[in-house]
Design a binder for this molecule. Sequence first.
Ligand code: 5AD
Ligand code: FES
Length: 355
Amino acid sequence: MKNTELIDILEKDRHLEREQWIQLFETYTDKDREYAAAKARETAVSQFGKSIFIRGIVEFSNVCKNDCYYCGIRKSNADCDRYRLSKEQILDCCDAGYEYGFRTFVLQSGEDKSYTTDKLCEIVSDIKKAHPDCAVTLSVGELSYDDYKRLFEAGADRYLLRHETASEEHYKKLHPAQMSWEHRMKCLEQLKQIGYQTGCGMMVGSPFQTVGNIADDMLFLERFKPEMIGMGPFIPHKDTPFKDKPAGSYELTLFLISLCRLMLPDCLIPATTALGTIRPDGREKGVLAGANVVMPNLSPMDVRKKYLLYDGKICTGDESAQCRACLERRMESIGYKVEITRGDHKSYDKDSSLR
Ligand code: 5AD
Ligand code: FES
C-alpha cells in the first residue's frame, strides 16, 4: 500500500498496524510528510480554529537526582551551575506572566527532593489563590501516587511526564539502571487515574531509537490517549555521555506531530523549544504540521542559561515579555493567533473532580 493511503487510513480509523507504522517510518518522503501535514493542519483547525494556546514555563530548579544519559542537568554534570527558585520568585514569575496574558503556568524542574510535596502543594495553592482563572501544570518527574494525589488536591490541573520511549529495552539504553521504565509507565497511569490532564511524549531520534521503537511509541499513544503529547528532537549536550550522538531529525519530528494529530485529533500538541532550536522557524513549521500549543519561557533572566537540557537552547537571552511578543509575532506570520485562555483539553470537566 502507498504511504499516502496509510495516512488516509490513519485519518479515518485513527489506527495503523505495527507493520504499517514501520513501513511509514522506513519509507516516507517529503511528499508523504507534506500530505500528512496538510491533513493534520486541517484537523487542528477544525478542532481549535486558527488559535494557538500558550503556556508560560517556569524552570524553578535545575537540581536533579537522576542521571539520564541525554540530559544536560543530570546529576553527574559537575559543570552545571545549580539554582533553586524560592516560592516568592516562582509567584513573581507567574504574576508577570499573568500580565502578559498567560493563563497556564507550567512549573518544571529536575527531580529535586528539597521541594517536598508539602512545599510544592503550598506553591500550587498560592498560585491558584492569586490566579484562580489559571491552570497549573506540573512537570517535576516521578513521585508516589499519594504525592500526585495531594498535588492534584492542592489545585494542580495537568502533569507532564514524558515516557521518552515505549520500549523498555530502549529505555535502558537512555537511562542508568536505577531508573525504571516500568515505574515511569506506572506513574503515567496513576496521573491519569487521579484526574490530571496528562502529557507524555518522546524524544525523536534519541540514540539507539529504531523505527520499531517509534512504531511502539505510536501504539502506546493510541492506547494511553494522553491529553497532551510533547515531542522534540534529541539534541546532544556537550557535558553528557551522548555528546557525540547525532541530533534527531527535524523532518521526522514534524511528521510525527502530524501523525499524532491525525490519530488523536483533540490532543494538545506543543511545537517545542527543541524544535525551534534545531530550526529557526521550527515552531512555526510545527504549528503548520498540526501542533496547537507553544510554551515560551517565564523563568527569571539570570537562571535561563542554567536550565540547559541540550546545547543551543533558544529563548535563554530574552526577557519573558520579549519572548511572549516574539511568539505572538511568529504565530501571526503564519496566520494564527495566540489565545488568552487556560486552553484545557476538551474532556476537561470543571464540575467533576476529586478535589
Ligand atoms: N535533547 C532533547 N530533549 C531533551 N530532553 C532532555 N534532554 C534532552 C536533549 N538532550 C527532554 C526529555 C525530558 C524533557 C523535559 O526534555 O524528553 O523529558
Ligand atoms: Fe522566546 Fe522568540 S519565543 S525569544
